[in-house]
Design a protein around this ligand. Structure first.
Ligand code: NAD
Length: 288
């Protein structure tokens, strides 16, 4: 934003943000972070009950709206863009955050799970960028924030479907950054490591064992969604293209760029073995 001041930019109170998947986890934390700055906040999500609850939790006084929006339907995003233009005169920041997870080996992961995750994680972001670009052009600029993952930069085994969608979001963002710059549309891509959210609840896994590992990595993560939201808020304000939130993620990415591939690959394999040996969370006893 800082590098893309637009004619309509005023005090934070006049600024508007739209967050997909804003009913939970990172999307909700971002909605809260921007509402605290006095932004008008619009949440789009599949889950209406959690979306309304998320709105109710925003800082008092912040103008807010929930829109039911499934990122696998272009018309839902188009309807959100129309609502924002007609009601708030446009939008300043669009966060393509809605995402799901799939884990498991290549032979065991059903193609239907690949299609599901591509439709949400990759095409959901593509649809967000595609639908909001003409609106940004009409109002003189804007900022697209695409939530990828560290798995989009360094690709661990047993989560190739997830990593492939996130790597594609990084590629899309890199291309759009150059393509949309003349339109005063900034692009940021965010690549976090694991942090605690509800991501594992909707995740699909090829086996109970790998499901347990994913669950353990997300549920027991040390970092939280509000911490991620703070780093993203600051990165977007600075106009950063790439936001890396975790120190070990930054280090892995640096090693990938600097080391000869065989050496980097051995280090990644060692790290992946350690990650996959995480013991699943014991499941809560079911009520008798
Ligand atoms: N939690 C992590 O460890 C982690 C790490 C790296 C990246 N991410 C990414 O962060 C983003 C947010 O995930 P989270 O961890 O907060 O998970 P979450 O499950 O807590 O939140 C995801 C939200 O997206 C919504 N959603 C799912 N499918 C949707 C669709 N088709 N249309 C609209 N909304 C939909 C869900 O209802 C939910 O509210 C995702 O893109 C995820 O891949 C998460």
């Amino acid at each position: 934003m800082a590098r893309h001041e637009r004619p309509g930019d005023g005090p934070a109170g006049g600024k508007r943000i739209f967050v997909t998947g804003g009913a939970s986890g990172l999307g909700r934390a971002l909605a809260e972070r921007y509402a605290r700055e006095g932004w008008r906040v619009c949440i789009g999500d599949l889950d209406e009950a959690r979306g309304e609850a998320a709105l109710a939790g925003l800082a008092a006084g912040a103008e807010r709206r929930f829109l039911r929006c499934d990122v696998t339907h272009e018309e839902d995003l188009a309807a959100a863009a129309r609502w924002l233009e007609e009601t708030w005169g446009g939008v300043d920041v669009v966060v393509n955050n809605a995402g799901v997870a799939v884990s498991g080996g290549i032979a065991e992961t059903p193609l239907a799970d690949w299609q599901w995750i591509v439709d949400v994680n990759l095409l959901g972001v593509v649809r967000g960028c595609k639908v909001f670009t003409p609106l940004f052009r009409r109002i003189g600029g804007g900022h697209l924030v695409n939530i990828a993952s560290m798995a989009g930069l360094v690709h661990p085994p047993m989560m190739s479907a997830y990593a492939a969608t996130k790597a594609a979001v990084v590629a899309l963002s890199e291309a759009l950054r150059i393509e949309l710059a003349p339109d005063r549309i900034a692009v940021t891509v965010v690549c976090p490591g694991f942090f605690r959210t509800s991501l594992a609840d909707s995740a699909r896994a090829a086996s109970p064992e790998i499901d347990g590992v994913t669950r353990a990595l997300v549920v027991r993560a040390r970092r939280t969604a509000p911490e991620m939201a703070e780093l993203i808020y600051r990165g977007v304000e600075r106009g950063d293209f790439l936001v890396l939130t975790h120190r070990d993620g930054k280090l892995s990415f640096l090693l990938k760029r600097l080391l000869p591939f065989p050496l980097y690959s051995r280090i990644l394999a060692r790290g992946a073995r350690k990650m996959l040996s995480r013991r699943p969370e014991p499941r809560p006893a079911s009520p008798s």
